[in-house]
Structures are given as C-alpha cells and as structure tokens.
Design a protein around this ligand. Structure first.
Ligand code: G6Q
Length: 548
C-alpha cells in the first residue's frame, strides 16, 4: 500500500467532513428525490440501503480514492489467488475455496485444493444423509434425535448461529445443540434433556487441543460410556479437525472424522466440515444453498466495480464512521428473531479480525482500527438499549437486517416487525426537534412551565446513521450471502488499515496464564506469592469461601 497516498486520502476525508457536517441527512433526502435509488445497491433479492448515512457522491468519491490508495483491488486478488495473506501464521486465507462453484481451480502452493474440498464435502453430505435417514444410528440401534456440537469460537459460533437462523429448514425430530463453555453448566444443561442412546456428539476443533472443547468432549464421552458402556462410545461420536492424528487418539472411528485445512481460519470455518452439525440439521442440499450464497458474494465482490460493490461500500462507510467521525461502536440489529446469534457471530468475525494495533509490518497503526460490535434482535433491543442509541452521548451506527416476508410465521406479526424496523431507522434519521416537541406538548394541553420542563427530555437530535439490509426471506442462500458480505467487509477494512485480519494473537496470553493458574486454583495450599496482589487475593478469597 502507498501510505502517503492513504494519509492524503484520509486528510481529504477530514476536510470533506467539515464541508458536510452542517448538512442534515434528512435535508439530503429533500434535496435529492432519488437519494434512495442513488445510495442503495441490489444483489439479486437483497437490497443494501445506505442512504440514511451522512454521505454524498463526493463522500463516496473520497472513500473510493482511499480504497484505491490502499490498493484494495491488488489485495483482493492476493486473497483470492491464495497468497499467504496471513503472514504471521504463514498461510493463505482461502475459505472462499469451500464455496467455489466456478469450476476453476484454487491453488495453494501450486496445488489445486478443489478436489480435496469437494471430496470432503461429499463425505460430510453422505454422513449427514445417513444420520438423517437413520442408517447411521446409535450403539443400540436407535435413530439419532439429537446432535450435540462440542466446539468453541470459530468451531461453534457459525454453526450455532446458522442452525438457529435456519431452523425452519431443519427436521422436527432431529435437534441440533451446541456446547462451548468450559463452565460445566453448559454441557450439564444440554445433556439434562437428552437420552444418550439417541444422541450423537460432534467434537469440532481445528487444533483438537482447545481446553474447553477437550474438557467438554471428555465429559460427554464419560456420559455416554456410563449409560451405554465404553464399547458404545465409537457409535456416538464424530469429529471435525485439521489434526487427524489427535482425533484418532481420542477414539473416534476413522470413517467419522472429517477434515479441513490450515488455510481455513477458525472464524471462517463454518463453510467447511465444521458445518457438519448444521448440515445434519438442515440437510446437505440446504447446506449447499448456504455455500452458494457465499459464492454469490465472492463473485460480486470480485467482479463489481468498487462504487457498487456491497462489501466495499459497507467497509468504507464503516471507515468513514470509525476514523473520520470517531464512532467507536457498531450496532447490528436483526429484525429477525432467528438471527439472534448473528451479532455474537459477527462480534468474533469483526473484533477478532480487526481488533489490532499494529500494521502488517509490525508498526503501530496511525489511526483507530476495528470498533466494538454489539447487537440483539429487534424489537427486543428497542425496549433495552435503544434509549442510548437515540438520545445518548455516544453515536453508534446501526445495521438493520430484515426480511420482506416471514419464513414460516404469521403475516400480521411480520407487518408489525417490519414497521418497527423502519420506524427505528426513520427515528434515527429524522429525530424530533425541540419546536416539534413543544407543539406536541402544547397540543396535549400542558402549561408553558410544564412544556419548558419536559421539552429537553423529549428532543431527539436525529441525524444518526444507519444502513438496512432487506432480503426476501431468511433462506440458506440469503444467510450465506449475509455472512460472506460481512466477511469481505471485514477484509476490506483490514486493507484500509493495513492490518492482518486473519491472525488472533490477542487470545493467546489469557490461555497461557490460565494454564499457569490451574494448579494454583486447584490446590488450596499452592504458593501464590508470585502472583499480583489482586489475583492472589481472589484465589485466597475463593479458598476462604470454600472453607479450604
Ligand atoms: C477463530 C479463532 C478461535 C478458534 C477457537 C477454537 O478464528 O481461531 O475462535 O476457532 O479457539 O479453536 P479450535 O477449533 O482449534 O478448537
């Protein structure tokens, strides 16, 4: 990247900010009756409306200059060409190969990975069909009714989010469950409702060393063995990993082990065999539709001019908000209850990828990188934290996601849901000025003293940014598109900030310190004098509470 050109593009954006600051977005709509058409893009049935953000054609021009200065197109080619874009781990990031329907080869170190990708997908599909059809069953011949995925982070959040999102595409007599936390309450609560004879566990772990997953897998194994006998274990476990030797040590039958590759990052792995639980839940055909949704976006991202390229626009608008306006948070509000886990999924995708303070060459970043992502479904969030979004001192741009029609719910409910979604984005845009508040209060018959007292509390500044994603219905293909749009958005932002979005060294220190603390926590007599005062004090306080 040309850092001087990037700095110049940022400086131009700063200057432009001053020019545009006095324009209210609602006035931009009044001045341009085609604003919605001019500032929205379609990808098949998905509409991305970004017209409610404070930006004009000139803003987009400056943002596109920034993208070019950062050599976005070159970096995008490097990503898709399988270059080792994850330099600190010396590997490419090629999750796009997992959803490549082009028939074109994808090379890693000169070798086409597609034959192996397709073979593994076929194996997953055959296993999923056999479990769904009852030809693969439990040790006592029972048909599986419950699938428990044991995994964490990238080996949990994607499949868990998608299984919930796509539950109408599931089989009523086959329920997916997800256990992730090392807190024993997690697995205990899931197992409490299950019958070992009809439960299949999938241990999902890229490394097959993760503390939480290995601990939960051991507990699940013991639960099966206690109920059905040690010899039954093999019939009740499958595994997904890149470390096939470690899986063999755990005792999973070799024909129930599914692999993927180190060029698939954990948080990008739901497209791989890590999606096994999801594939069993919704069936291989629906899973393929999900993959096709991802592929639609890969094609769109690679072939659409930057000015109409949805992930590029999402990313640049995010940079405009983050770096030029200083907004530190981004809310993601699905008006779609089944996307309840989408904000959590996105938190990992975005914050683990772009929560970095050094650039690719190790130098400190000169400007802010990834912000805080949070969200909950609407309408629930309206009754919780929207107060701050409307009237608080922090401004958090909002992404709304909403379907045109419900997948299988009541139309009247959906009309209300949809109207709520639009009402919120309209309120963020329009606000309610003091003059209007006063008129309303006067019309309600309040005295002028009462109006003076109440009016300031009822003013909404408005002019708060939001974007809306509208899609026909939450189908597997739509979900694939939504996930891939955000993946590429995160990538584009990493290019602008010149950071590596594919590593996650920030999660290592805690793991290391935990390993050191486990024996000190386990043994009340352990010498904790080498620890800081708070950590030692908390261990001692716990020991006291336990009477140890
Ligand atoms: C994701 C991260 C991380 C990872 C988990 C689980 O990008 O690498 O969230 O997915 O730590 O790791 P394993 O799959 O190796 O158990």
């Amino acid at each position: 990247m040309d850092r001087t050109a990037v700095a110049a593009a940022f400086a131009a954006l700063e200057t432009h900010r001053v020019e545009i600051a006095s324009h209210r977005v609602i006035d931009l709509f009044a001045a341009d009756p085609s604003r919605f058409a001019n500032f929205s893009v379609k990808l098949d049935d998905l509409v991305y409306d970004y017209s409610k953000n404070r930006l004009t054609k000139a803003t987009l021009g400056h943002l596109l200059d920034l993208a070019r200065a950062a050599r976005l197109e070159e970096r995008r080619s490097a990503l898709f060409d399988g270059e080792k874009v994850n330099a600190t781990e010396n590997r490419p990031a090629l999750h796009m190969a997992l959803r490549n329907f082009s028939g074109r080869p994808i090379l890693v170190d000169g070798a086409d990975v597609m034959p192996a990708v397709l073979a593994e997908r076929k194996k997953v599909a055959a296993f999923a069909d056999a479990v769904r059809g009852g030809t693969i069953c439990g040790a006592r011949g029972d048909i599986f009714t419950d699938i428990v995925n044991i995994g964490i982070g990238g080996s949990d959040l994607g499949p868990a989010m998608a299984a919930r999102a796509l539950s109408p595409f599931g089989k009523p007599d086959l329920k997916p469950h997800f256990v992730s936390n090392v807190d024993g309450a997690d697995i205990a609560d899931v197992l409490a409702g299950l019958d070992p004879a009809t439960t299949l566990f999938i241990v999902s772990s890229k490394t097959f060393t993760t503390q939480e997953t290995m601990t939960n897998a051991a507990s699940a194994r013991a639960w099966v063995a206690a109920a059905l006998g040690e010899e039954a274990v093999g019939d009740h476990f499958a595994a997904v990993s890149t470390r096939l030797n470690k899986v063999a040590e755990f005792g999973v039958k070799s024909d129930r082990v599914f692999g993927f590759w180190d060029w698939v990052g954990g948080r990008y792995s739901m497209w791989s065999a890590i999606g096994l639980s999801l594939t069993i839940a919704i069936g291989p055909q629906n899973f393929e539709e999900f993959l096709r949704g991802g592929y639609d976006v890969d094609e769109h991202f690679q072939r659409t001019p930057l000015s109409h390229n949805i992930p590029v626009l999402m990313a640049l608008i995010g940079v405009w908000h983050r770096n030029i306006w200083g907004y530190a948070a981004q809310a993601v509000i699905p008006y779609d209850q089944r996307l309840a886990r989408f904000p959590a999924y996105l938190q990992q995708l975005d914050m683990e990828s772009n929560g970095k303070s050094v650039m690719r060459d190790g130098a400190p970043t000169p400007r802010a990188t990834g912000g805080i992502v949070f969200g909950e479904p609407g309408t629930n969030s309206q009754h919780a934290f929207f107060q701050l979004l409307h009237q608080g001192t922090e401004i958090a741009p909002v992404d709304f996601l909403v379907a045109a029609q419900p997948t299988d719910a009541d139309d009247h409910h959906h009309t209300l849901l949809f109207a709520n979604c639009l009402a919120q984005s309209e309120a963020f845009l329009r606000g309610r000025p003091e003059k209007e508040v006063r008129e309303i209060l006067q019309a309600q018959g309040l005295s002028s003293a009462q109006v003076d007292e109440l009016a300031p509390h009822k003013v909404f500044s408005g002019d708060r940014p939001s974007s809306t994603f509208l899609y026909r219905a939450l189908t597997p293909r739509t979900l694939g598109r939504i996930v891939a749009l955000y993946e590429h958005k995160v990538f584009v932002q990493s290019v602008i900030w010149d950071i590596n979005p594919f590593d996650q060294w920030g999660v290592e220190l805690g793991k290391e310190l935990c390993n050191r603390l486990v024996p000190l926590v386990a043994d009340p007599k352990a010498d904790v004098s080498g620890l800081d005062g708070s950590t030692a004090g908390l261990i001692a306080a716990r020991n006291a509470l336990l009477g140890a």
